[in-house]
Design a protein around this ligand. Structure first.
Ligand code: ZN
Length: 393
């Protein structure tokens, strides 16, 4: 019990004692009737110590005259209640304080800000938003309030409201929010795609690329939608743009580009893409893609994979090499096909259990792509990890 009370007592005690000492002098001079005297402060602390915070709140609300320290005590108590998850008590303290007459505009802003966070903590987002809007119109905590309104819109997946808040924030701070707004357009595009509104999804993804021409996600999304609409050349262009923007997406782009470029008869561009990929990235994946092209043409890709293994060793290229190796007649004749297959399966299992993506900000490593990191909440910070980059040392 004492452990849980300790942080409770520490802050209010310090505040209250400082306040009491300050009040003692003014009490002698003005003798007001309804300020907290040292005995009442003692009572308040006893109520907190006996874990009766409601009585402590009642004692506070009975005080009719508030000086700076008394206001600070209200705010500290309210915040402590909120931190402890006792949001109803936090709300009561802050609401009662805000209802007081004669609060200065600055104090009103301070209390309203706390109240807004209480509502957020309570999950009453519309009330929180109202308080933040009021803060903005009163000229208090403008950028912070706009950012909170944006985050509320994110939480409730109201992407158009998030765009509007981000634009207001952009104007208030004078900083570009285009990268963020492009993510919101992508969210809207994905919603439309899930609702089978293909044309609308395409237009929204296009808006994403217009908002931020460097948004990899918007180009990937646009490529997927164009491919689904049967426009393979346009899709390939979008995928290639995504690769030019961020070569880390190579693992996610090889297959779509194979489908779109070879599917539209443009093997020349595909070969050029693989050549570029080998130069730009340290990945072994272009070797695997080239081996696939050789196999498509009926050429044994074993030597090519062996070369890949030599210059870009990775589990992926080794697994592919074994897959081709175990089908070689001399390997089968020697009875080595089964051990090769076992080794390949073990490698595949290792690869399947490894994380495929990583957040460049917090290091979170999921198996699937998230455009907003579930851990640090950053947008666009998660990208594929190339298998070649995480070979055991
Ligand atoms: Zn993160």
């Amino acid at each position: 019990m004492l452990d849980s009370l300790f942080p409770w007592l520490l802050v209010p005690l310090g505040l209250a004692l400082g306040w009491a000492l300050g009040r003692r002098q003014s009490l002698a001079a003005t003798a007001p009737a309804a300020v907290l005297n040292p005995e009442q402060i003692g009572g308040l602390l006893r109520q907190l110590a006996s874990d009766d915070p409601d009585q402590a709140i009642a004692a506070l609300t009975q005080v009719t005259q508030l000086d700076e320290s008394a206001i600070e005590l209200h705010l500290q108590l309210g915040n402590l209640f909120r931190k402890r998850g006792e949001v109803d008590r936090a709300l009561r303290v802050h609401e009662t304080l805000l209802a007081r007459p004669n609060l200065s505009p600055a104090v009103q802003g301070q209390v309203r800000r706390e109240l807004a966070y209480d509502y957020m903590r309570a999950g009453i987002m519309d009330h929180a938003e109202q308080q933040f809007e009021r803060l903005i119109s009163d000229g208090h905590y403008v950028a912070e309030s706009l950012d909170q309104i944006r985050q509320i819109a994110e939480q409730i997946h109201d992407w158009r409201a998030a765009i509007a808040a981000a634009r207001r924030l952009e104007a208030a701070q004078g900083e570009s929010k285009r990268a963020l707004i492009a993510q919101y357009w992508c969210e809207l595009a994905e919603e439309a795609r899930r609702a089978k509104k293909a044309e609308e999804a395409l237009q929204l993804a296009q808006r994403g690329t217009e908002e931020d021409a460097d948004c990899v996600r918007a180009h990937l999304l646009l490529g997927g939608l164009q491919e689904a609409a049967g426009d393979k050349p346009a899709a390939a262009k979008s995928y290639l743009r995504a690769f030019a923007l961020d070569a880390r997406y190579l693992p996610d782009l090889l297959e779509p580009l194979y489908r779109c470029l070879l599917g539209s008869g443009d093997s020349e561009t595909y070969l050029q893409f693989l050549k570029d990929a080998k130069e730009i990235s340290a990945s072994s994946l272009p070797f695997i893609a080239e081996a696939r092209l050789l196999a498509d043409e009926g050429i044994d890709p074993l030597d090519h994979l062996a070369q890949g293994l030599e210059v870009r060793p990775s589990r992926a290229v080794l697994a592919q090499f074994l897959e081709v190796l175990e089908k070689q007649p001399n390997v089968i004749a020697a009875g080595l096909d089964k051990p090769a297959a076992s080794l390949r399966l073990a490698l595949r299992r290792l690869m399947e259990s490894a994380p495929r993506y990583q957040c460049s900000h917090c290091g979170f490593s999921p198996r699937q792509q998230f455009w907003q990191c579930p851990s640090c909440k950053r947008w666009g910070s998660i990208a594929p990890i190339d298998e070649a980059m995480r070979l055991p040392g």
